[in-house]
Ligand binder design. Structure first.
Ligand code: QV4
Ligand code: CA
Length: 534
């Protein structure tokens, strides 16, 4: 059963009205069939944010769950595709070889099946869910050749569309359903091409065939039985919703060793919809959450102040900006594609390459109630932009000469070495993930702005953030919605041993507090919440 709260009038939402008064009559919408069954992320302990540990090895993820993600309240990890993929040597071991499956064997550059199983158990044990990146629209490229150049040495023949390790044979692919001469998608305005032809030459599976649906469900069920909590489903735009629904309907319930009996796998679907194409994200809403690519693209232009856009415009941020309904949206500042010019988002996308603006954008995302948040965790590559194109966008993760991925070393300061960026460990980001947990469920209120790029807003009576993206000092006394007392700013420091290691903020009995933020601060924003109160 789903409980929908009427949206309360602004004033009533944010005043200190006791919760029972806030619980207006709820509309009980019975789940519409199987469809709405995959929206529950099964997060533990009120956690709210996923981290994408892109290209990390399973052994490193297991350690990170225990030493960092569990203790700091991350809700889950999106892991790179765990299925066996083609080994590409030209260019040398690109990250994207993992989006070219050759079997459903669970061995990849991130590790063996046993290491995967071990990692899932260890992360589950500390309340960190695992969401697997499921590449099920296709197998490898039609130019993938023939042989055993694969991460577990399985034989395949791309030219003949033979993948004996599954097995899939030519009849399991969409060739006869694709109408273009090249066999590739040539026109994104033609929904049949987008679904039934090859995405950049990738052999397109025929999901209308029961056999194909069954094999894919078997693969996903193997992961479910090992303990994953759900999936990021790759390239959903390229699959018919009814075929996806048939596949999702065959998925097992989650392993009751870690999840309540009858729990359905959480599903969020990659659909790039910036408008302008016949295929819409809303076609996929019934079946699970959907990635909202407009989020990062628009937030980037506002924070970069392009076309006169300014932070105070974000007062209406959310559906009023044309974003999908908040309870359907999986949101992120950048992802593994658009941080390197793949997929969608363009030049406005903020990434770790511009750390100060990136921290500001991520802090805003984590403070604002819209959507389910995902934090990107990247590796550095030899970015080399020539005429707007990054010539090294293909570069794989930090690795040894034999192509195997390097472990992730943690530095004494708590960052990562060897080229791993670990944005999820950056102090402001880690503490804003905690902020989001503390304020979860509280409405946005006490909005203030200066009509330019200085804004502030609260989350009910549990948190408050002030951001200065203007070129002059913010110096204001604001209504925070918080109860009187002294709070530690969790951006410039945090509460440690009963003290503030950074700035502290005194909130008066009237809930008002004075904030002074210089535009030259390395992080020109302040955030306080009820768990950072002395
Ligand atoms: C090349 C030519 C093709 C030709 C083909 C013949 O470009 O025209 O037909 O050879 O073999 C890699 C290469 C690409 C190459 C292709 C096949 O980059 O040049 O085609 O392999 O050999 C990732 C990368 C792609 C990569 C792919 C497979 O981004 O560059 O292609 O993996 O290795 C759309 C989709 C959206 C998609 C986005 C990138 O709607 O779903 O494009 N995003 C997801 C993943 C993304 C992944 C895929 C889908 C494919 O997030 O990482 O693509 O699984 O918007
Ligand atoms: Ca397809």
């Amino acid at each position: 059963m789903y409980m929908y709260l009427f949206s309360l009038p602004e004033g009533l939402q944010c005043s200190h009205v006791p919760i029972e008064m806030k619980m207006k009559v709820c509309i009980l919408a019975v789940a519409l069939g199987l469809g709405l069954a995959h929206h529950n992320s099964h997060v533990k302990h009120g956690r709210t944010s996923i981290v994408h540990l892109f290209e990390w090895r399973w052994a490193d993820i297991a350690q990170e769950c225990e030493r960092y993600l569990g203790p700091n309240g991350y809700s889950g990890v999106q892991i790179s595709p765990p299925s066996e993929n083609i080994v590409v040597t030209k260019p040398w071991r690109p990250w994207w070889e993992r989006y070219q499956p050759v079997s459903h064997n669970l061995c990849s550059r991130s590790g063996t099946e046993q290491e995967l199983r071990d990692m899932i158990a260890r992360c589950n044990a500390v309340g960190v869910n695992i969401y697997a990146d499921a590449v099920i629209n296709h197998m490898c490229s039609n130019e993938g050749g023939e042989g055993r150049h694969s991460t577990c040495g399985s034989y395949f023949n791309a030219t003949k569309e033979e993948f004996p390790s599954v097995p899939f044979t030519a009849q399991d692919f969409n060739d006869r359903n694709c109408t273009t001469r090249s066999g590739n998608i040539e026109d994104y305005q033609d929904i049949n091409q987008v679904r039934d032809c090859r995405l950049v030459g990738l052999l397109d599976l025929a999901h209308r065939r029961e056999y194909v649906r069954g094999k894919i469900a078997d693969y996903m069920n193997a992961l479910i039985d090992m303990g994953v909590a759900g999936f990021r489903v790759d390239a959903c735009k390229h699959m018919w919703p009814e075929d996806l629904s048939a596949i999702y309907g065959r998925l097992h319930n989650l392993n009751s060793k870690w999840f309540p009996a009858g729990s359905k796998p959480f599903i969020y679907q990659e659909v790039i919809d910036l408008g302008g194409e016949p295929i819409k994200a809303c076609e996929y809403y019934e079946m699970g959450r959907v990635t909202e690519f407009k989020y990062g693209a628009r937030l980037g232009t506002v924070i970069r102040k392009w076309n006169g856009e300014k932070l105070s415009d974000l007062k209406s941020w959310g559906e009023d900006w044309g974003l999908m309904p908040s309870d359907k949206a999986l949101v992120f500042v950048d992802n593994h594609d658009n941080q390197r010019g793949h997929g969608a988002g363009g030049k406005s996308i903020l990434t770790f390459w511009e750390p100060r603006l990136y921290r500001l954008a991520t802090a805003f995302m984590l403070a604002h109630p819209y959507g389910m948040t995902r934090v990107m965790s990247s590796y550095r590559w030899n970015r080399h932009i020539v005429k707007g194109k990054d010539e090294n966008d293909w570069e794989g993760p930090p690795s040894f000469p034999d192509g195997s991925t390097k472990p992730v070393p943690v530095t004494p300061e708590g960052g990562c070495g060897d080229g791993w960026v670990c944005e999820h460990r950056w102090h402001p980001i880690k503490n804003m993930v905690i902020f989001r947990n503390v304020v979860d469920g509280e409405p946005l209120c006490n909005w203030w702005d200066n009509g330019s790029n200085q804004i502030a807003f609260g989350r009910g009576s549990r948190g408050f953030i002030v951001i200065n993206n203007d070129d002059w000092t913010l110096d204001m006394t604001l209504s925070t919605g918080l109860s009187g007392g002294t709070y530690c700013d969790v951006i410039s420091g945090q509460k440690e041993g009963g003290q503030c290691t950074g700035k502290q903020v005194t909130v008066g009995k009237d809930g008002r507090a004075h904030f002074r933020i210089s535009s030259s601060d390395s992080d020109p924003f302040v955030a306080i919440h009820t768990d950072s109160k002395l």
